[in-house]
Write a protein that binds this ligand. Structure first.
Ligand SMILES: Nc1ncnc2c1ncn2[C@@H]1O[C@H](COP(=O)(O)OP(=O)(O)OP(=O)(O)O)[C@@H](O)[C@H]1O
Length: 355
């Protein structure tokens, strides 16, 4: 059965509940390495239990550093982290019992079969002997590796090794799993299978904290994302919210009659309040391009107006912005509309209003 998902647009009492059941609460994290490099600064975030959360950012943005702190593998220079109600610095063992961690580099033993790899992880994580056999079969099934359970992992494709690696992080049935760039370097088919695998995990109730540099991946999987830039959270929200904030829809209308007719059609688009004061209207060859928040809704009237003016429309299309556009906006420093609270907080209870 699908787990209940975190509700969007939560009311204040809902937010209080979400905060008390948070899987992760990080407050004012800073990490400065011994050589003086500050990799993470002022990172404050809340991830409710059950959420599929994405941590996006280009190479070197600080994703791995932050995730290591959240997974108790690195102590922050400043700030605190509560994971599954335990303090990540004072109660590392208690935190580790409730989390799984899949590092960027695959850590399966190639000499061992898939089944032996999972069995080894069961021993390492202290899964009770009586439970092991059943757990191993469950996880091999989840990874879609049941048929090759007795094949040495060294003979697997990269995608199969990643799936095996992912389930070895799950032997102790953790509530929360950290996946650090799990699909880097994979072909689309292998990546899609791994995505299915992560979706199944999340639907079974596991909170997932995924770092990725693939916008498409975050878009396909995540309930909510935070975008990291130079160690700081630059934007946060659901992929749909971030795309909406970056600048609306793009309506493209192709007209018959070349550039001159397109200019006349563009003038018609600029008339009165047809597309509102914030619309950008331009022509490219015989195409009129209108960018505004509700271009699709207002476009119908515009097509009628063109028809009445005797301009023949040969085609039209409405494009939504992509997470790529969000990334570009952030890279350009255009983050005003992204609603990150003053303290950098990201989470369902944020006063910055990410929902
Ligand atoms: N052990 C270290 N000592 C000094 N600097 C480090 C160390 N590890 C990482 N850094 C630096 O910290 C910054 C953030 O690195 P980090 O690996 O956290 O980023 P990332 O977003 O995970 O990048 P990638 O996508 O390439 O894995 C980079 O400038 C990196 O060079």
């Amino acid at each position: 059965m699908a787990k209940p998902k975190q509700q969007r647009g939560a009311s204040e009492p809902d937010r209080a509940v979400a905060a008390s059941t948070a899987a992760i609460r990080a407050d004012g994290l800073r990490v400065t390495y011994a050589d003086g490099t500050t990799a993470v600064q002022n990172v404050t975030l809340t991830v409710p239990r059950g959420e599929f959360f994405g941590f996006l950012g280009p190479n070197g943005a600080g994703k791995t550093t932050a995730v290591k702190v959240l997974a108790t593998l690195l102590e922050p220079t400043e700030g605190g982290v509560i994971v599954n109600s335990h303090d990540a610095t004072a109660a590392q063992t208690a935190v580790r019992e409730t989390i799984g961690y899949m590092a960027q580099d695959v850590s399966v033993d190639e000499e061992l079969t898939a089944r032996e790899n999972v069995a080894f992880a069961c021993e390492a994580y202290g899964v009770p002997r009586g439970r092991r056999a059943e757990r191993i079969e469950e996880l091999l099934d989840l990874a879609d590796l049941g048929d090759v359970a007795d094949t040495p992992a060294g003979r697997f494709s990269g995608g199969m090794k990643k799936r095996l690696d992912a389930v070895t992080a799950l032997v102790h049935d953790p509530d929360l799993v950290f996946l650090d760039e799990p699909t880097t370097g994979m072909d689309p088919k292998a990546r899609n299978r791994l995505w299915d695998h992560f979706r199944r995990l999340n639907e079974a109730g596991t909170t997932i904290f995924l770092t990725t540099q693939y916008l498409e991946e975050a878009d396909a999987l995540c309930d909510r994302v935070a975008v990291l830039r130079d160690g700081r959270i630059a934007a946060t929200g659901s992929p749909a919210e971030l795309k909406r904030r970056v600048g609306g829809q793009i309506l493209e209308v192709d007209v018959d009659g070349g550039r001159e007719t397109a200019e006349t059609a563009a003038d018609l688009a600029r008339e009165g309040t047809r597309f509102g004061p914030d619309a950008t209207i331009e022509t490219v060859d015989d195409t009129v391009r209108v960018t505004t928040t509700d271009a699709a809704e207002r476009g119908t009237d515009y097509l009628l107006a063109l028809h009445e003016a005797g301009i023949a429309v040969t085609g039209f299309d409405v494009d939504e912005p992509t997470l790529d556009d969000v990334f570009l906006a952030i890279a350009d420093g255009r983050t005003d509309g992204f609603d990150v609270g003053d303290d950098g907080e990201t989470g369902p209870g944020t006063s910055g209003g990410t929902r």
